[in-house]
Design a protein around this ligand. Sequence first.
Ligand code: UDP
Length: 470
Amino acid sequence: MAQLHVLMIPLMSQSHIIPLSDFAKSLARRGALVSIVTTPLNAQRYKPILDTSAAQNLRIQMIPLHFPCREAGLPDGCENLDTLNSLHLARQFFHACKLLQAPLRALIHQLRPAPNCIISTSAISWTQDLADAFRIPRYVFETVSCFTLHCSKKISNVTDKDGVFLVPQIPHRIEFSRNQLPQISTQDSDPYVDRVPALGRGTLVNSFEELEPWYLAACREERGNVWAVGPVSLSNREVSERFKRGNEASIDPHYCLTWLESMKRHSVVYACFGSLCSLSLEQIIEIGLGLEESGFPFIWIIRKQEKNSGEVEEWLAAEGFVERVRGRGLVVRGWAPQVMILSHPSVGGFLTHCGWNSTLEGVSAGVPMITWPMFAEQFYNEKMVVDVLGIGVRVGVESCMEKQGVVGRERVRCAVEELMMDEREDRRERAEALARSARDAYEEGGSSSLNVTLFIQDVVRANAELMVNV
Ligand code: UDP
């Protein structure tokens, strides 16, 4: 095979496109050509990633396809999950994704060189039909951990989910309640819900062997080929790459780094709730006041959301909050260069919503976490961080966001203090040890690097087999 051509088809969401484009760098550094399917708005957004890759002579291209918003009943411009005003529009969004099948078919026909494999993220299993039609292997890129994959399977077999129950047949004592489980559509006939995901020829997972060996082995038993190739965020070696990731950052990188430089080692709390969480004004206020009352320096990211951006601005102005905390607190309205911030030595704690990418980025940076899960599989990640890895403190939510009342400033303050004033420092030591093993895994000769090699060998083998069978 002259040069491997990998076609990546992500779900149009930050938590899928970002790790996939990180993984694209790993493959391009091995000499592959990588094409990532996007849409016009997403192509524009992620262009800086391409620019930094091109500067390193990496062959990564984005191929924008028209995203059929209107046809699916979505407002124009809703080309990424984070552009939806409400996650209640998710069903229409998945419909729009599914309508990409025909244009994708036309695209694959035209692509030269022809792709040797498809990598698609979970939630868009219909890409298997495309792979079958073109007789190319397809691989799933999972955006959750093996712990989540395995525990959710075990939980689906639990018949009595009333009250608190234990995840059966796993080596850790993990408790769940019904209100912590992802809410799945109850309409069995819903054609847009990926009810039985097609697994393809193998699974790539953004994790590493040393992080969750038992759960990786369990997934391999269930699925066969599973390659842990992460943490993929470590593909961003230069500060400029860590800065230009996802949206355009809402803070100047030099200002941000100078501010961090002026703080003591491990003293800063970084608070960010991902790309999708939609917090009420009341909750935002409690977070801000809790961070302030903790007395620790902080960087607080407030995502811009249509529903209450104006009210948030009014509150910040009326309180004089930004002025009041100046010198000790940085308030960022919009998008943060998360990986750049987390990897700075001044950061000592991460208040997170426990999205898997954020969780793994915290692990890779060796930063202990305050866990505040809100929806989807985030409670699994909280349990992994706190009960399995021992590197986190719970803020103390018991239910997913819709059923959870406002968390008061007092709880935010207490959790920050508990994490940051950990006198024995054993939580931090464990976090730092995990970060070392993450780096070792990712470096040449490490387990994730080896798994990338094994994956590439499998693609070559699959192509040879398919040629023989023509
Ligand atoms: N992210 C970022 N800046 C922000 C918010 C998010 O860089 O201000 C990135 C973060 O580093 C992660 C991704 O967006 O890679 C969010 O994915 P995650 O799985 O943590 O959560 P989701 O957004 O899906 O809830």
